[in-house]
Design a protein around this ligand. Structure first.
Ligand code: ZN
Length: 186
C-alpha cells in the first residue's frame, strides 16, 4: 500500500525550512520520520514542488546528485533542538553561511535560489539561504512549536496568540482531549 505523504502533514508552511523541520511527526500513535522512509526525501521534494514551495528548476537541480538522508537528518535535529531551546547558537549560524558557500546560488526571474550543485550540498544551500533571510527578517522569533502534546510541528505565529500548527487538526484534537479529560475527572 502506498501512502502519500500529503496525508501526513498537518500543516504546510510557505517556508521550505519549516516544512523541512516538520519532516518528523507523530502519526496516530507512532513517531514517523519521513526522512527515514524509502524515497522519503524524494517524496518530500515532490510534495514541496506540488505545493509551489520549490519550483521545477530547483527540484531538477537538487535531483542531479544523491541527497544524504543521514546528513539532512542531522541538520534538521540540530535546528529543531535550537528552536526548542529558542537560543540559536553562533556555531549554527556560521554553518548556515558555510553551506550557502558550498553550492553558490544563482537566482531565477522570481528570485528563487538555484544552487550550483545538486544533492545534499544543494539542498543545504537552499535551506540555509532561506534561514539566514528568515532570521534577518525576524521570523525566527515567531517560530513556535505546536502546543499539542502529540504534534512535533513548528509554525510561524504572526499574531503571538496562535497555539496550534493547524486548528483543524491539532486545535480540535486537543480540545476534544481536554474535554474528555475533564469529563473523566468530574
Ligand atoms: Zn500541530
Amino acid at each position: 500500500m502506498t501512502i502519500t505523504n500529503e496525508n501526513y502533514y498537518s500543516y504546510v508552511s510557505d517556508y521550505l525550512f519549516i516544512n523541512f523541520l516538520n519532516t518528523i511527526n507523530i502519526k496516530k500513535i507512532a513517531v514517523t520520520d519521513f526522512l527515514e522512509e524509502e524515497n522519503g526525501l524524494e517524496d518530500w521534494l515532490s510534495y514541496m514542488a506540488k505545493q509551489g514551495i520549490l519550483n521545477s528548476q530547483q527540484v531538477e537541480q537538487l535531483k542531479m546528485s544523491p541527497i544524504d538522508a543521514k546528513k539532512m537528518k542531522a541538520f534538521r535535529e540540530e535546528w529543531r533542538s535550537d528552536f526548542e531551546r529558542s537560543g540559536e547558537s553562533q556555531n549554527a549560524f556560521e554553518s548556515l553561511a558555510m553551506y550557502t558557500k558550498q553550492a553558490p546560488l544563482s537566482f531565477d526571474a522570481f528570485l528563487k535560489p538555484i544552487p550550483s550543485k545538486g544533492g545534499t550540498e544543494g539542498l543545504l544551500a537552499i535551506l540555509s539561504f532561506e534561514m539566514l533571510l528568515a532570521y534577518q527578517s525576524g521570523i525566527f522569533e515567531k517560530l513556535k512549536k505546536c502546543d499539542s502534546s502529540v504534534c512535533y510541528a513548528f509554525f510561524i505565529d504572526t499574531s503571538g496568540k496562535r497555539k496550534w500548527c493547524s486548528m483543524e487538526v491539532c486545535g480540535n484534537r486537543e480540545k476534544a482531549r481536554r474535554h474528555y479529560a475533564k469529563k473523566l475527572n468530574s
